[in-house]
Design a binder for this molecule. Structure first.
Ligand SMILES: C[S@@+](CC[C@H](N)C(=O)[O-])C[C@H]1O[C@@H](n2cnc3c(N)ncnc32)[C@H](O)[C@@H]1O
Length: 590
């Protein structure tokens, strides 16, 4: 049984210490069990924990079997046809006996749990759980059933879909729908996508052009389309910045000031190539300068640009610190628009160093407990240490990290760095558009940076203002989640606009929300004309905290995939597959 005890200790460990589930198992040298077996057991347990909870709670097993309760029915496998078939212990083991005594009741509850979810067979339930990791079936238990049942669908999508961006540099949406996704059925909403038990189902996004949502388990990493760069795994939210920039061939040159691994750079190039195609005439190729200060990340960026077929537009500047580029220099006079997606806390990332949540059964309601054993229940002896977030979800509670001293310090350092980059972007003499984004959910890195930027000397003198909601590209104008009014207070007037206008100009994405995105923030800045005679500006003056380079900031994945960890891994495979970049010639030297 040590396999089960070890699984239990992994599953009940604190959620905020020890890294991902995989690293907790494979890096723990004190475990006796085979890491592969243990990992399989804990991941299966997590996947099935919602069903297990229901079966155990409804059978009231824990109210009558003290042994099971004290040992903790912490892990089990549901890979077989009944809830008990996976328990690998001697038949005479007291724990196994305590469970098998209730076999009939447990099996009956298991059947009911399956039917409640609308699955006609165990295989159908298994397929859905394997596809959606168990969470989707949870959505179906409150009275509604999935498409296998009475056709109803859950009211809210719960999972992070696999977002796939069609790369217009190499292909078109129509071509991909006729080839890579020819045998996929189309659904009208994420809710339907999540309710589907089919792997071959997709939803065409209604906000960002050329973006598809697929089920989270969709495996496209080996498709020709992915390998040749026709499709790119990119979270929907991460597609907002380039789209919001609304790049046109008249904008002049572009800079992506924080470019690696290259999702937004290649998206920008893709949007420009569509513009070129729409123009119908052979236009001069637009220029995108992709700055990346980190040497190894710049290599990944180069590969991504190459794979996406954007070499003819993008010039990667490896080991280039954006802040060391002189925006006043004549060399950058042609730059009209910038993307700025700086390193941030990454608090909006889905799956970052995440420990999956285990849903545990309770011993039943007070009433159930009283009727079953008529004894007053004692509290579980094993208590979590204070101030430690457990990976077990006992009851829904807000697990938002509190702004402790450390976090607050870190955020203030990060936001100082982000502001510095933003004000630097404002200094490019011909620039008329800047899009700023973070994958952070903290106002300090988002609205507060916007307010401080608008209050800056350079913003006022060069007349930078926010790109108002009504000016935004059609797909994003309708996006409902906007900046927090309270977080936008403190505007000093001038050209910044009213607090409401600024808050409404900010687009936010919720992590784990019904839109299926990661947590994200994006805002556009524009100016209506280029103002000259302002080279005497010292834009960074007056900005407070110093950026601490040692901070653990989020710098995006080291690959092209801002999706689930598995996709990130597969992208990494592509990026580090030994394929060398072709040594693309620089179009011109700066
Ligand atoms: C959040 S990631 C960017 C993700 C990227 N925009 C994408 O969509 O794939 C931030 C990147 O900016 C780089 N970076 C941070 N500060 C920089 C600076 N001052 N100059 C250039 N690159 C910088 C980091 O090394 C990191 O690769």
């Amino acid at each position: 049984m040590s396999l089960y005890h070890e699984a239990a200790s992994i599953l009940t460990g604190p959620v905020d210490v020890g890294g991902s589930l995989k690293s907790r198992v494979y890096n723990n040298k004190t475990l006796k069990s085979s890491p592969a077996h243990l990992y399989a057991l804990v991941s299966e347990t997590i996947k099935w924990s919602g069903v297990l909870r229901e079966v155990i709670e409804r059978s009231q097993l824990l109210s009558v079997e003290k042994k099971v309760r004290d040992a903790g029915f912490r892990s089990g496998s549901m890979s077989g046809a009944d809830p008990l078939s996976g328990i690998d212990a001697a038949t005479s083991h007291p724990l196994k006996l305590a469970i098998t005594r209730h076999k009939a009741r447990l099996n009956a509850e298991f059947i009911k749990a399956r039917l409640r979810r609308g699955f006609p067979s165990i295989d159908a339930l298994k397929t859905s759980i394997n596809l959606h990791g168990g969470t989707q079936t949870e959505a179906l238990t409150n009275g509604s059933a999935g498409e296998n049942g009475n056709g109803e669908v859950p009211t809210r999508p719960l999972l992070h879909p696999r977002w796939v961006r069609i790369n217009a540099l190499r292909t078109t949406l129509e071509t991909q729908l006729e080839t890579t996704f020819a045998d996929y059925s189309h659904v009208d909403s994420l809710a339907l996508l999540e309710a589907s038990s089919s792997r071959k189902v997709l939803h065409i996004d209604r906000h960002v052009p050329d973006l598809l949502a697929l089920p989270p388990g969709a495996d496209l990493a080996n498709t020709a389309a992915y390998l040749q760069g026709d499709i790119i795994f990119q979270d929907k939210a991460s597609c907002f910045p380039a789209y919001l920039l609304d790049p046109s061939l008249e904008d002049g040159e572009f800079i992506d000031a924080c470019a690696a691994p290259g999702n937004k750079t290649t998206h920008l190039a893709s949007l420009l190539s569509k513009r070129q195609r729409a123009n119908g005439v052979l236009t001069k190729n637009p220029s995108i300068w992709a700055f990346e200060r980190d040497k190894s990340r710049a290599l990944i960026l180069k590969r991504m640009v190459e794979t996406a077929g954007a070499n003819h537009m993008v010039t990667v500047k490896p080991e280039q610190d954006s802040l060391r580029v002189d925006p006043e220099s004549e060399a950058w006079r042609g730059v009209g628009a910038l993307l700025l997606d700086p390193s941030c806390s990454g608090s909006g990332m889905v799956g970052r160093d995440e420990m999956p949540r285990l849903v545990l059964p309770s011993r039943g309601t007070e009433k159930q407990a009283k009727t079953s054993n008529k004894k007053k229940r004692r509290r579980e002896p094993a208590q979590e240490p204070k101030n430690t977030k457990s990976s077990i979800v006992q009851s829904p509670q807000d697990e938002e990290e509190s702004l402790s001293g450390n976090l607050s310090q870190r955020l203030s350092s990060l936001s100082a760095f982000q502001l510095k980059l933003l004000l630097h972007a404002f200094r490019f003499k011909s620039a008329r558009k800047v899009v700023y984004s973070t994958c952070s959910i903290h106002a300090e890195e988002n609205e507060h940076v916007v307010v401080r930027a608008l209050n800056s000397d350079i913003a006022k003198r060069r007349r930078w203002r926010v790109l108002r909601r009504e000016e935004q590209v059609p797909g994003l104008r309708g996006w409902g989640i906007r900046g927090a009014l309270g977080a936008c207070e403190g505007l000093e007037g001038g050209h910044g606009g009213a607090t409401e206008v600024v808050a409404d100009a900010c687009l936010k994405c919720s992590k784990g929300g019904k839109e299926g995105t990661m947590g994200f923030f994006v805002v556009g800045f524009v100016r209506d004309s280029v103002v000259d005679g302002d080279s005497d500006l010292t834009p960074e003056s007056g900005d407070t905290a110093d950026w601490n380079e040692e901070e653990d900031e989020w710098e995006g994945f080291s690959d092209g995939g801002l999706v689930a960890p598995s996709a990130a891994e597969s992208d990494q495979g592509r990026c580090s597959s030994g394929k060398t970049s072709t040594g693309r010639e620089k179009r011109r030297k700066k």
